[in-house]
Design a protein around this ligand. Sequence first.
Ligand code: C2O
Ligand code: CU
Ligand code: CU
Length: 487
Amino acid sequence: MGNRVSRRTVLIGAGVGAVALAGGGYLALRNLPAGTVEFVQPRVLESSNGSLKVKLSAGKVSKSVNGKNVTMIGYNGSVPGPTLKVKPGDVIEVSLTNNLSKPTNLHTHGLFVSPSGNSDNPFVHVMPGETFDYRFEIPTEQTEGTHWYHPHMHGEVASQVFGGMYGAVIVEDANTPSALDDRVLVISDSSFNDDGTLASPNMMQLMMGREGNFIFVNGQIQPRGEFTDGGRERWRIINACVARYLQLEVSGANTQLLGLDGRKLPTIGEAGSFILAPGNRADLLVNPNTDSVSLNYTTVAHPDSMGMGMMNGTSQTFENYPLFTLNKKPDNGKVQIIDYVLPTFPAEPDLRKSAVTGKRDMVLRMPMGMGGMSGGMAGQFTINGEAFDMNKINTVVAGNTVEEWTLVNKTTMQHPFHLHIWPMQIIAVGGVPVTDVRYQDVVTIPVNSTVTVRVNFRVHTGKTLYHCHILDHEDLGMMGVIGVATY
Ligand code: C2O
Ligand code: CU
Ligand code: CU
């Protein structure tokens, strides 16, 4: 079949395969001792009396990764940065100091806050050496859920996230205090050169979105820990990878999927195996039934992977790779299973019942084939034919209206579409209606297919972004500006 494969197919496939090779001297993942690192959670900074004041300084972080000293970038000297734990109605004040050599800024992915001024404003530039004071007012209607923060400096987002800049934001409902032990699981990936510096992507990796050779859980590789004494746990998983889709399954436990992207699912059921796109979060209820519980990752086959492995034989795929493992302590006769009754959640509004004031398509395109790449990639990653231009508003929406958007993927790879601030209700995938009410803030558009969503542009006004959450694609221009105004 080799010589009959079209150039485009070879190119796309090679992009996947090349990830493990490029950069020359990547540290090899395979021959490292697994499970010798202790499981840790990021430091938690919790609000009190309605307020959380935090200093975040973005800068270099020295770390040991499997015994090798590497230099990453992160917040307050750690990868991930601290977990911000708040309640509905709280105000978070973040004083962000940029100790990097490139500009940066901060985005609170998933928070229903204003996109303007010194709130979740992705147009802010914090230059090297500068400090910027953010203020995020979380409305009381923001229900409990798992969210995250990361930089949003166009052109630098993928590199900064790949470098280690991310952290969890947990909104805890004041009225339903958790009877469970929370476990925050920030999953990310990075690659390094032999000298321990962060690896830069080659052209293939930019095309496909860079995937790191190391997969971290809270900045650790395959850590081991102990399960909460006899109890259940609530796991809050964040896919902070630049481009990697995570197919996940918990082994050794009964596991229920409670929510996605910080919103409740209409029905709570067995989690089984589920996929998180870059940017997605999952909330799980984990009840161990063996002495060892792990979260296993399996590579998601690329939809257009025909050429994969032909250019090189070393593309790294994973099957049931334990991202971390927890041992359950012997109960010593104590019966400690917490009888956790799931709270009943208020139903999410069904926008199918709302009058739609606008319908529009969002058509995603990227360059194809050798021609597309050799011509340079600038301007070829587009939404509705336009690459990102910060001085333009691509989509103007009237506030307090419900719109229906058809997300159209005109490429041979899937893209995770993300809209800031306002969650999207998924109406149909590939033309097939979704029957229940589910909201996400990152929605995967399958290859050559469509997803129809509805969005209620309520409460907040201002200018913000929608984009592909494969952050290399975002940096290459697959992003648009939306302006929401009241008249
Ligand atoms: Cu998590 Cu605009 O992104
Ligand atoms: Cu976001
Ligand atoms: Cu994309």
